[in-house]
Design a protein around this ligand. Structure first.
Ligand SMILES: [Zn+2]
Length: 98
């Protein structure tokens, strides 16, 4: 069972992290009561809305982000080739080449 003390500490940590995010975002939000913020794509810590790329700036997150980007590129290339192989015969036959 999780001790109350531990749970309380965790809640405090989360709320203070959110407050930090609020401070950085500023008070320009049009929606009252809804704080505009993003989350780090890797560790999901609250970050600035305008932050690009969407990571907190931590070195570990930075590395993972770059790795993810590389993987995304590979997936896109693989998908492109798959689509090409799959659709090329259809298109060619549609054009009356075959
Ligand atoms: Zn992060």
């Amino acid at each position: 069972m999780v001790s109350k003390e531990k749970l309380k500490k965790q809640v405090e940590k989360t709320s203070s992290a959110l407050k930090d995010g609020v401070k950085k975002v500023g008070g320009k939000g049009r929606h009252k009561g809804v704080v505009a913020h993003k989350h780090c794509r890797i560790c999901h810590l609250p970050i600035e809305v305008k932050r690009e790329p969407e990571i907190c700036g931590d070195e570990a997150c930075d590395k993972k982000w770059l790795q993810n980007k590389k993987n995304e590129k590979m997936v896109r290339i693989a998908f492109f080739f798959f689509a090409l192989v799959f659709f090329a015969p259809l298109i060619l036959s549609g054009l009356g080449v075959f």
